[in-house]
Design a binder for this molecule. Structure first.
Ligand code: CA
Length: 232
């Protein structure tokens, strides 16, 4: 079983400590951030399984943080709201939070919410891949569900990242794909590695799909901006 990591973003230190203590008793790995900036940093670094997020925070508000996290991630987010702040609850849910607890709450209630949200998320992401999407472009046919690629009807073997990369191009045929977008789509928002990695993968994909990889006809470079996949 992989470790379940919970990120607690809460500036009331005694409350944060108490939450951490109780979650750790349940076997979760817990990290605490006492402000918005450190919360966002830890979120990006640690890729937590669930986030507990106070609405009233210094530096960045919990609602803004929620919006930022939700832009790139479907991690379960439970907002911690103050009593009588109905507006915060509604806004939080509208911004993509999954659930909320209202101060003061019992640890028992909080743990129940954490468990329920983790379970729901696990079920949703554990759904078997029934994807029947088949993408085509030029001589290339890419079957997402079967994880198969052919060029002019001949099967070719792609590594997982090469496959993702080619799929991203075929889904956006004819469109400029910037380097940033490709890296985000294929390697994820938290990728901080060398961007040369992208060029290496482009080269490998070209070798597998282009009649002449040195003079690409389909996967072409848009100088200074990125790449695009074009039909003949
Ligand atoms: Ca607070």
């Amino acid at each position: 079983m992989t470790d379940v990591r919970v990120l607690v973003i809460e500036d009331e230190e005694p409350l944060a400590d108490s939450i951490k203590y109780n979650l750790e008793l349940e076997g979760y790995e817990v990290d605490v951030a006492l402000g918005g900036n450190s919360g966002l940093r830890k979120f990006k670094e640690q890729d937590p399984s669930l986030v507990l997020l106070d609405v009233m925070l210094p530096e960045i508000s919990g609602l803004d943080l929620c919006r930022m996290m939700r832009a790139d991630s479907d991690v379960p987010i439970i907002m911690i709201t103050a009593r009588d702040s109905e507006a915060d609850k509604v806004t939080g849910l509208e911004l993509g939070a999954d659930d909320y607890v209202t101060k003061p709450f019992s640890m028992r209630e909080l743990l129940a919410r954490v468990r329920a949200n983790l379970r729901r998320h696990e079920m949703e992401s554990g759904t078997p891949n029934l994807d029947e999407e088949v993408l085509t472009g030029g001589p290339v046919k890419l079957d997402v569900g079967r994880h198969e690629v052919s060029v002019d009807g001949e099967p070719v073997q792609l590594r997982p990242r090469e496959f993702e990369l080619l799929a991203a191009f075929l889904r956006n045929r004819g469109m400029l794909m910037t380097r940033d977008r490709l890296i985000t789509e294929v390697w994820g928002m938290d990728y901080f590695g060398d961007t040369k990695t992208l060029d290496v993968h482009i080269k490998r994909v070209r070798k597998k799909i282009e009649p002449n990889p040195k003079a690409p006809r389909y996967l072409i470079t848009v100088r200074g901006l990125g790449y695009k996949f074009v039909d003949d």
